[in-house]
Design a protein around this ligand. Structure first.
Ligand SMILES: Nc1ncnc2c1ncn2[C@@H]1O[C@H](COP(=O)(O)OP(=O)(O)O)[C@@H](O)[C@H]1O
Ligand SMILES: [Mg+2]
Length: 368
């Protein structure tokens, strides 16, 4: 009788902790039970210890922790989401504003009880806007890694099926799935939904789709983290915008951030000389995105390896003054010289502008 009593109590305790989603505590309890009931219920004890052996450790939190299969499209059976557990290849470079906002979001998570006492909850939904290649997806990864959660990505461009009604269902599956999991959910290319609006025959369906999305965002739990990213914020329904608690505008890098990125990328090859080269090359990349800059710099690095030549010689060839007017060239040479990391001679070698011209221009600028 006592044994049954024990079993009943343990069963209820397990249920309570299970419902609270405290996975580590469940594992602990199961370990205890497997020992405790080993004599009286050896088969059960064995099954429990087998389960524990298969169950995920902290380092592989997602793969097995959720027995629910990943959501798939009903017809195609293709997976609707991608799990991105990868660590960041490069350090993320953020503008001051964005860095502050993201840090606050992370810090809030450590203060949930204090926030709750004042009736506040941590930020649970963020919209990233900005051109391609400036770090929106990367920032979502960054947040996930800071929160020690896996990143689930729903690429809406890929999920928009020809039947909008079905797309609505797919979105619902994914959000329901992600809600029940300790993760960061990224709705990438959110504007893909809005793009369909051109086709007037679908306006009704599209409205329904937006309504589904709005409902799902509203129902999103405050323990979750929902991030949406869009290259075309203007295409989004303002009602969707308003649902997000925080909107962050990502931009192409400023000259200082370009230098920082080039320096990061070249440091392993050039050591401290990477600073000089980040100064020189930065001018070539104004107006470009982080991902374009990275691609180009890595092209130089790769071709130096393939051709078995010094990277510096590749970089020297890469500086393009071809399309510059004579005046621009002189400005460029002067800027290089004045940056302090390039000698007058080097500036001359790089640009072909006479040293005398560089010197004159630099002193003339100083007087202005
Ligand atoms: N802010 C950034 N700092 C460092 N690297 C970046 C940054 N933004 C983009 N990159 C590089 O470009 C790649 C593509 O960026 P991504 O985050 O996918 O851009 P987006 O989602 O804004 O289109 C990244 O994987 C990274 O290598
Ligand atoms: Mg992206």
């Amino acid at each position: 009788m006592n044994l049954i009593n024990d079993l009943t109590l343990d069963f209820v305790q397990l249920a309570r902790i299970g419902l609270a989603g405290r996975q580590q505590d469940i594992q602990l309890l199961l370990q205890r039970f497997s020992k405790k009931y080993n004599n009286d219920y050896p088969e059960m004890a064995f099954s429990l210890s087998e389960l524990l052996r298969e169950s995920p450790s902290k380092s592989t939190p997602l793969r097995k922790s959720n027995s629910l299969p990943l959501p798939v499209d009903i017809d195609s059976r293709l997976q609707l989401i991608k799990i991105d557990g990868a660590v960041l290849d490069n350090e993320i470079i953020l503008s001051k504003n964005i860095e502050e906002s993201l840090n606050q979001v992370i810090l809030e998570r450590d203060k949930i009880p204090s926030l709750a006492m004042k009736g506040l909850h941590p930020t649970k939904s963020i919209l990233f806007t900005g051109p391609p290649g400036v770090g929106k997806t990367m920032a979502a990864k960054w947040i996930a890694s800071k929160m020690e959660r896996p990143l689930l990505v729903l690429d809406l461009a890929a999920v928009m099926s020809s039947y909008l009604g079905k797309t609505g269902n797919n979105i619902r599956y994914v959000l329901e799935y992600a809600k029940n999991m300790d993760c960061v959910l990224l709705l990438d290319e959110l504007d893909s939904i809005a793009k369909r609006r051109d086709d007037s025959s679908e306006i009704g369906e599209l409205k329904r789709l937006v309504t589904v999305l709005l409902q799902e965002i509203d129902d999103w739990p405050s323990s979750g983290m929902l991030i949406a990213a869009t290259n075309h914020p203007d295409l989004l329904d303002p009602a969707v915008w308003r649902r997000f608690e925080m909107v962050l505008e990502f931009e192409n890098p400023s000259i200082d951030k370009i230098k920082e990125q080039i320096n990061n990328l070249l440091f392993q090859d050039l050591g401290t000389e990477s600073i000089t080269w980040s100064e020189i090359l930065s001018f070539n990349f104004l107006g470009k995105s982080f991902s374009e800059i990275e691609r180009q710099i890595n092209l130089y690095r790769k071709s130096a390896i393939i051709e078995n030549v010094n990277l510096v010689s590749k970089l020297e060839m890469a500086i393009s003054t071809k399309n510059m007017t004579k005046d621009d060239k002189a400005d460029f040479a002067c800027a290089l010289y004045k940056s302090g990391v390039v000698s007058q001679r080097k500036a001359h070698e790089i640009t072909g502008v006479a040293r005398e011209t560089i010197r004159k221009r630099a002193t003339a600028n100083k007087k202005n």
